[in-house]
Design a protein around this ligand. Structure first.
Ligand SMILES: [Zn+2]
Length: 100
């Protein structure tokens, strides 16, 4: 097993660069890296073992996805819509000027 030391360069997923980048270890927890710093954007974050964070679900995209899924397999809809998706994101609608 490879030993990690402060300042070591390791691969990890950077949430700012949205990809696996070189990171320097800035904090250790036992033998495991606890915090790393991206060598590209210099952002510090917890070491995430090269795992990207779960994607944020866009309610509108989710609705569209459910719609498509329902057409493909009607039985699958019940499973997906089991979790209530609160519509919290304010929608930006293009302003229409009243034509007179
Ligand atoms: Zn980065």
């Amino acid at each position: 097993m490879r030993e990690h030391r402060l300042g070591d360069i390791i691969d990890d997923f950077c949430v700012k660069c949205k990809r696996v980048m070189n990171h320097a270890i800035v904090s250790l927890l036992g033998a495991e890296p606890a915090k790393v710093r991206c060598r590209t954007c210099y952002g510090d974050h917890d070491y995430r073992r090269e795992q990207p964070p779960p994607p944020k679900v866009d309610p509108r995209k989710q609705a569209l996805f459910n719609e498509v899924l329902a057409k493909v397999d009607p039985a699958a809809e019940a499973v997906v819509s089991a979790e209530p998706t609160p519509v919290a994101a304010p929608e930006k609608k293009p302003r229409r000027k009243a034509a007179k």
